[in-house]
Design a protein around this ligand. Structure first.
Ligand SMILES: NC(=O)c1ccc[n+]([C@@H]2O[C@H](COP(=O)([O-])OP(=O)(O)OC[C@H]3O[C@@H](n4cnc5c(N)ncnc54)[C@H](OP(=O)(O)O)[C@@H]3O)[C@@H](O)[C@H]2O)c1
Length: 340
């Protein structure tokens, strides 16, 4: 009898996340109920926001607790369907979690069109791509000629923000933790400049990389990088608050930066948070644009692939330490057609 292999939360982290906060388990194969499908997971994304869920600082990430399967968006193939519109063999995106099989309600499942690479539904066509798209275009609102600064720029959301900003005619400056990452941004992805926030001369280097100031700052990190951006913002600038990854992997998040609200007032800066789910009705509009950019080669999808379900805990710990370039994906099983 085939079983469902899972990675369970062993204990909620105290301090920094450890791989030992997870454990492997075998469970019986789940059985789909009414309006549900049974999915065999091919791959799932490891994303920074799920660490905020474990910290208890992200209501949208549910309420993770010890003993349950770690949450994630995945892609896979339907094995059984009790839901209208879904058939065995369909390739889908769903909240699979870190496990080889799951059941899901039809409303939570999206069919992946045959022309799309399913892995793109974990990156540019998935939650992080949509976050980059709406956060930049609807909240940051860059116009041609603007300087757009983005933090965690070599990560999943960040590398797409920078490329979309460049496509819109902005001059894009990425912030990341290593010169290798910065080289990828400028040599491969069209960023105009990159700045290493771990170097001692970071503030001076940021100033040199943004000679005309910053019009839009896309904030993935909060913390000291947000502090540095505030002092580079131009009058009328926009800050899109996407996430606070510098403060997730700890029990003691730091208070917000200096300059709020003083700099916001003096420079008439709009600083706005958003959740991608606010834009759910417009996902297909965004996907149409992103698909066009991917197909034309104007946008490059960087995927950072890790093999094997059992590798997921270490892959998550490593992502929080900056080990990923692009979207980190755990590949469980190749698709029979070789697509996923
Ligand atoms: N608002 C929404 O609806 C929404 C939706 C999805 C994601 N998000 C947010 O988007 C952000 C990026 O998520 P992601 O899934 O794309 O992750 P990611 O950027 O692929 O990975 C996390 C990155 O964070 C950086 N990082 C870690 N600790 C840091 C620190 N102390 N200071 C600065 N950078 C640090 C690392 O890059 P370096 O090597 O450069 O340090 C690492 O690669 C997160 O804040 C997440 O919560 C928001």
């Amino acid at each position: 009898m085939p079983s469902n292999q899972q990675v369970l939360i062993n204990s909620l982290p105290s301090g920094k996340l450890q791989a030992s906060d997870y454990r492997l388990a075998d469970a019986p194969m789940p059985v789909p109920g009414d309006d549900e499908v049974l999915i065999e997971t091919s791959a799932f994304a490891i994303t920074a926001g799920t660490r905020a869920g474990l910290q208890g600082s992200a209501s949208y990430a549910g309420a993770p607790k010890a003993g349950i399967v770690m949450n994630a968006t995945g892609v896979g193939r339907i094995l059984e369907s009790n839901a209208a519109g879904f058939n065995p063999g369909d390739t889908v995106q769903a909240p699979t979690g870190w496990q080889t099989h799951c059941t899901a309600k039809a409303a939570a499942v999206s069919k992946i069109p045959p022309q799309d690479d399913p892995i793109a539904w974990l990156g540019p066509l998935g939650i992080n791509g949509l976050t980059a798209y709406f956060g930049l275009l609807d909240i940051g609102r860059p116009v041609s000629g603007d300087t757009v600064m983005v933090s965690a720029a070599a990560g999943s959301v960040g590398h797409m923000v920078g490329q979309i900003a460049t496509l819109k005619g902005a001059r894009t400056v990425g912030i990341a933790s290593s010169n290798t990452k910065l080289h990828t941004l400028t040599a491969q992805l069209g960023f105009a400049a990159g700045v290493n926030y771990r170097e001692d001369d970071y503030r001076e280097a940021l100033k040199a990389a943004t000679p005309k100031g910053v019009d839009v700052y896309f904030d993935n990190t909060g913390g000291p990088i947000l502090g540095s951006a505030l002092f580079r913002m131009n009058v009328g600038g926009r800050i899109a608050c996407c996430g606070v990854v510098s403060q997730y992997d700890t029990d003691r998040p730091e208070p917000g930066p200096k300059g709020v609200p003083g700099l916001l007032v003096n420079k008439r800066i709009r600083m706005q948070g958003f959740l991608v789910f606010d834009f759910a009705k417009r996902y297909e509009e965004a996907r149409a644009d992103i698909r066009k950019w991917l197909n034309s080669g104007e946008m490059i999808m960087l995927t950072d692939t890790i093999l094997g379900l059992e590798a997921a805990p270490d892959a998550f710990v490593d992502l929080l330490a900056g080990g990923n370039v692009g979207t980190r994906v755990v590949q469980i099983k190749p698709h029979p057609a070789g697509v996923v």
